[in-house]
Ligand binder design. Structure first.
Ligand SMILES: Cc1ncc(COP(=O)(O)O)c(CNC2(C(=O)O)CC2)c1O
Length: 329
């Protein structure tokens, strides 16, 4: 662990869910195509369930829930949420009960199928957005408290200062790995949904390696509010760990193709390109869009010479949107 990050984060409760360092892999064929050195941090291999970026956040969120003596975990997301499924799995592994408060159409595919196979309790609501969904989560928490339970609510994507510590810690891991392979990344690129991963990276890099840019590729509704949300979360996380006047620069680009979950030809072709060129499987909702954005900007020379993509997982989305992806190929 990077000594500076270690000293900043050691006071926060964390439960180990990732027993290893995820590898950084050079992509020679994609690099040749782009004319820059492209690397991928394999956070799809964090190891619990379908892996992904959420496990890093859950190490701190569930560590916090343990200290607070909670006995049931509640979280929210879309029916096909990666975050909701891995939260359910991690919670069960640690002996918690868990309720997933979800929105959308119940289809036994992808993560929702996995929720059911694993016997994770789900409650599906007609909610227009995550804010409304959080209201339902609070109602579930109240219902459980009245029965004497101690619920712990995790917001969408684990996007709180506690959850964001996961990517402050990851920045330390990346800095150490960069030193070992003798690479100073110009840019680190990640898919952005609820914003916690980008916020954590921005804080970690502001502390450890100011010359490296943290770049988010927004995969859903984009705009000023999204940028402000990430900025506020990054600032709150900096204060939470006690680091004053961090010079935070949030860079966010819109590669949503108009809406969250919209599968396009560009995304389908990017998934096939990276899969066949490098054997790395991207997902259609997050990493396929973000990697398309990386290729788009890198070809214009806008991301520098040494670019690291964080593969944040999401493989279940392939089995949720498979027919849509195939329709373009
Ligand atoms: C595979 C994958 N990659 C990137 C992201 C975006 O991460 P942030 O939410 O930290 O911005 C998600 C999020 N998913 C959410 C979910 O409910 O699954 C939080 C939206 C993701 O699942």
């Amino acid at each position: 662990m990077h000594p500076k990050v270690q000293s900043l984060l050691s006071k926060f409760p964390r439960v180990e869910l990732i027993p290893w360092e995820t590898p950084i892999q050079y992509l020679p064929n994609i690099s040749k195509l782009v004319g820059a050195d492209i690397y991928v941090k394999r956070d799809d291999l964090t190891g619990l369930g379908i892996g992904g970026n959420k496990i890093r956040k859950l190490e701190y969120l569930l560590g916090d829930a343990i200290i607070r003596k909670a006995d049931v975990i509640i979280t929210v997301g879309a029916v096909h949420s990666n975050h909701a499924f891995v939260t359910g799995l991690a919670a069960k592994k640690l002996g918690f009960d868990v309720v997933l408060v979800l929105r959308g159409k119940e289809e036994l595919r992808g993560n929702y199928l996995l929720d059911k196979i694993m016997g994770i309790e789900t409650r599906v609501y007609e909610a227009k957005d995550s804010f409304e969904l959080m209201k339902y989560a609070e109602e579930v928490a109240k219902e459980l408290e009245e029965k004497g339970r101690k619920p712990y609510i995790i917001p969408v994507g684990g996007a709180s200062p506690v959850g964001t510590l996961g990517y402050v810690r990851a920045s330390g891991e990346i800095a150490e790995q960069g030193n070992r392979i003798g690479v100073n990344f110009d840019s680190i690129v990640v898919a952005t949904g609820s914003g916690g991963t980008l916020a954590g990276l921005s804080v970690g890099l502001a502390i450890l390696r100011k010359e490296t840019r943290a770049i988010g590729m927004a995969v859903g509704k984009f705009g000023e509010t999204m940028v402000n949300k990430v900025e506020e979360l990054a600032k709150a996380t900096g204060e939470f760990i006690g680091v004053k006047n961090l010079k935070l620069k949030i860079e966010l680009y819109d590669y949503s193709f108009g809406e969250y979950g919209k599968i396009t030809r560009e995304v389908a072709e990017t998934i096939r390109l990276v899969g066949t060129k490098e054997g790395v499987i991207l997902d259609p909702v997050y990493t396929g869009k973000a990697f398309y954005g990386l290729l788009d900007l890198a070809k214009k020379g806008e991301l520098g010479e040494k670019i690291l993509f964080i593969h944040t997982g999401g493989i279940s989305g392939t089995f949720h949107y498979g027919d849509k992806i195939l329709s373009f190929l």
